[in-house]
Ligand binder design. Sequence first.
Ligand code: ADP
Ligand code: MG
Length: 696
Amino acid sequence: MSSMDQTFGINVFNDFVMRERLPRETYRTLHKTIDDGRRLDPQVASVVANAMKDWAIERGATHYTHWFQPLNSVTAEKHDAFIAPVPGGRVISEFSGKELVRGEADASSLPSGGLRSTFEARGYTAWDPTSYAFIKDQTLCIPTAYCSYSGEALDKKTPLLRSMEAVSRQAVRVLKLFGRDDCTRVVPSVGPEQEYFLVDKALYDRRSDLIFAGRTLFGAYPPKGQELGDHFFGTIKPRVQAFMTELNEELWKLGVLAKTEHNETAPAQHEMAPIYSVVNVACDHNQLTMEIMKKVAGRHGLMCLLNEKPFEGVNGSGKHNNWSLTTNTGYNLLEPGDSPYESAQFLLFLMSVIKAVDEHQDMLRASVASAGNDHRLGGFEAPPAIISIFLGDELTEILEALESGASYNGREKTDMAIGVHMLPKFPRDTTDRNRTSPFAFTGNKFEFRMLGSSASISTANVVLNTIVAESLRQFADELEGADRFQEALHDLIVRNIREHKRIIFNGNNYAEDWLAEAERRGLTRLDTTVDALPCYTSEKNIRLFSTHRVLSESELKSRRDIGLDSYAKMTGIEAKTMLMMARREILPAVLRYAGDMAEAANRLRSFNPEQPHTAAAALAAKLSCGCDRLHKGIEALESAMSGIPRSPDPLTEAGYMKNVVLPAMQELRSAADDLERITDRKAWPFPTYDELLFNV
Ligand code: ADP
Ligand code: MG
């Protein structure tokens, strides 16, 4: 057995460990809970807790924590030791069933978006037995959902679990129509590819913008960036390889199926992709992955940047969310299938996604909105802030043939009739045939590519699961009432192709004319977070999420408000960081250098009065002009920052930050970057792009 087999999942209380350590009856009951989402019997819980504790202590743990995912995209933990006092001044280790199943979290400083008033600051955490407990830094971590006392979701896991229920409920209804009574549960499978940058820690420490904002707010573009395309899939340098090796080892110990690693498009940019798993586990694992990436980078003198756009002018980082639906019998519903019947079923599930995406472009866009991602979407490499679906030519032709009733002149020569004809197998997209599409069908799954690299994947999947649940609900309603299933199915699919084909676009999403074309098709365009987030509380979306019991109106409003509020806060932090760097680092440094040049010009003149010595004098003059522009930029940004409007609705402030503060930031940056290009490297106060991007 290789060492990988021995260490994989070594810190996870997984099924293997449970079977080994739990009494057979307990194990069986727990499994029922996990498989059917039933409530756990308290007695069973206490047996599980005890076994978990013993296992954790054997593995060196001293503490336990309810590990949860509050609304600010990071994870939260509060450690408690496993100790209980006994008479005589000694302690024993203790961990009860109650402590496993439910915890109290006085987390009044975590964002709640008005769901929890501070006087009733307590919320509670509840064990999610479908995601295994694990040990991290001597602490047993129990994945939990986090709710207020009135049961409102204060976290990212609760709605995700609810959305899984919703899509399962509707998918099972549809499968029944195809006679698949053995399918009692359907789960979304997700494999999120994670992009990131690595920079040298010593250089990072000298840049306040990286420290406070996680991205550079200044920086002139270097002579070479990603133009040559020589980084993508390039040879991995030894220092990066050492990081990746250790990252894999750490992730494997935690049961994360880290699989693929490679260099990405931008210099210093890399990617890690795990093997897909059930979406809530994928989400937990992605949170862990981001945390471990940062930790391991530190051990190699590196900093891992997860911000969506750390450097202007080169690619930003995203997460590609590969999504499909899997039945409890192990069947992928987005797999074209081996018989006419399976083909029909495939087409119906495919249509459910196409319809969902077309009807809910706004929510998909909103689900990936953040200050950081705004700098990436619509930018250089990433999909523009317009949603469309890439299906590939073959599948598109089939849909067109179905719609027009014409014969499909690919492999089939006869009329395509649903339920009678088999679809060809579509080649898996191994080479990313269309890297520009925000939502691409890749053979047996959809890849949603707009997610930001630092975000939790929860929100996007909550939306994806719910909107597909809604399509399936409508399909099931219609088909359950039909007299002749086959014909009703055919009609439904053809009608839906007609209604939703506008969302299918196989061309280049970065092309200039796509914007006009998308507008002609009536597709939604929401360029920024400020434009996108208000749709959380539109009447249509409130109805959608309450129909499927995923998010109530107040829960939706809280998410809208928190999103807008953090947009405003993040932009404010960036603006203040820029002011600090410009006033206290750039301006003094360049003025000093300009003074040196002026002095040099004078000295040279006295040395030889006949010679004009224009170089030094001209440079001094240029620097001086540039400093004036920089100074003006500082004053303008300061004045913008002093005018931030206060309002109970965070949309007001967020809108102001976008419309007034961001443009002032851009002008200040441009003034500074122009100065950087003409200032002595030694005089510039912090490391520049070429050092940051090409040093590791
Ligand atoms: P690539 O797209 O780079 O060719 P793959 O298609 O194999 O690579 O996978 C990319 C990601 O998609 C991986 O995380 C993989 O586990 C995941 N994936 C593969 N099949 C599915 C599926 N049926 N459902 C969800 N994710 C999947
Ligand atoms: Mg990819």
